[in-house]
Write a protein that binds this ligand. Structure first.
Ligand SMILES: [Zn+2]
Length: 301
């Protein structure tokens, strides 16, 4: 959830640079940015929580935002990421503006206008490298050819905010589960897939889990009242479930009903290789869904 929130907040940061023309963007430029660089702003005690959150996201946002230089009048020489060397203030260090006599808030065009061929004395190789790049980059003379910002997508820089790609690049990724293709597949019934997923993780609120959470309820199965209600019992061993599975298996591949849940899922996974795969997965999903829905109805009666 926090990754998703960060993604949506990064979109707000993007809007500040993309010049969307919205009232929200205009308000923040007027009250907070005030013609400065977003990267140079210092949080203030009077700032709203939302604005401080955006400022805290700057280290993350600068990994995605690139300034594409055209006439150099909007891009910040030291603070924007516009050159392959990266953000120049980080590359050259805090002494860079003083050594090169280029103020911290200079635009790229201002920096080129004040370019001096004389290399400053007693400075680091990084500052010399920044000095040298000033002689290699050329700006357009077109007043209308403005600098613009782009956002790093999966494969390239984009002039729009790719929400899904950004979220995907931020989230921690675990290897795909071996059973994922049996639960999530094109054409799956969403309700069946969701219940199948929860069942596979053993996260459905069956009575054994409700009791483990401290609920004072009977452990007996909602349907048969003869055995403790668990995932395996509800989906495979309950008298109601067995009736459903007998009807299903008679039409498919008669096998013993006496298997555990993990064996059952392995059976769904392998049997689909020899049958119409989508139909078989759907049968597995709906076979799991019916007992659970029936138990739910019994529980709330
Ligand atoms: Zn039962």
């Amino acid at each position: 959830m926090s990754t998703w929130n960060s993604t949506l907040c990064l979109k707000l940061v993007w809007l500040l640079f993309a010049g969307s023309g919205s009232l929200w963007v205009a308000w923040h430029h007027h009250h907070h940015i005030k013609g400065k660089s977003f990267w140079s702003l210092k949080p203030s005690a009077s700032d709203s929580w939302n604005w401080r959150s955006l400022l805290l996201l700057r280290p993350l946002a600068e990994k995605f935002l690139t300034c594409n230089i055209r006439n150099g009048k909007n891009g910040s020489f030291w603070l924007d990421n516009w050159h392959p060397l990266g953000t120049l203030i980080k590359f050259a260090g805090q002494q860079g503006p003083g050594k090169l006599r280029i103020p911290l808030l200079s635009s790229v065009a201002d920096a080129f206008a004040n370019y001096s061929a004389r290399i400053p004395r007693l400075c680091s190789p990084q500052i010399v490298a920044v000095h040298d790049l000033l002689s290699t980059v050329h700006l357009t003379d077109d007043e209308e050819d403005h600098d613009f910002y782009s956002w790093l997508g999966r494969d390239s820089n984009l002039i729009k905010f790719p929400t899904a790609e950004t979220w995907d690049s931020l989230r921690l990724k675990a290897p795909a589960k071996a059973w994922s293709s049996s639960v999530w597949y094109k054409g799956a019934t969403p309700k069946h897939a969701f219940n199948m997923w929860l069942a596979q993780l053993d996260r459905l609120p069956t009575r054994d889990r409700l009791i483990a959470w401290g609920m004072p309820i009977s452990p007996a199965c909602c349907i048969c009242s003869q055995f403790a209600e668990s995932r395996d019992h509800l989906f495979l061993r309950c008298v109601f479930s067995e009736q459903i599975w007998k009807l299903i298996l008679l039409r498919l591949n008669p096998v013993s009903l006496h298997f555990l849940y993990l064996v059952f899922f392995f059976w769904v996974d392998t049997a689909q290789l020899y049958h119409c795969s989508h139909g078989f997965k759907e049968v597995g999903g709906s076979g799991c869904d019916f007992p659970y829905m029936e138990a739910g109805e019994q529980f709330f009666l």
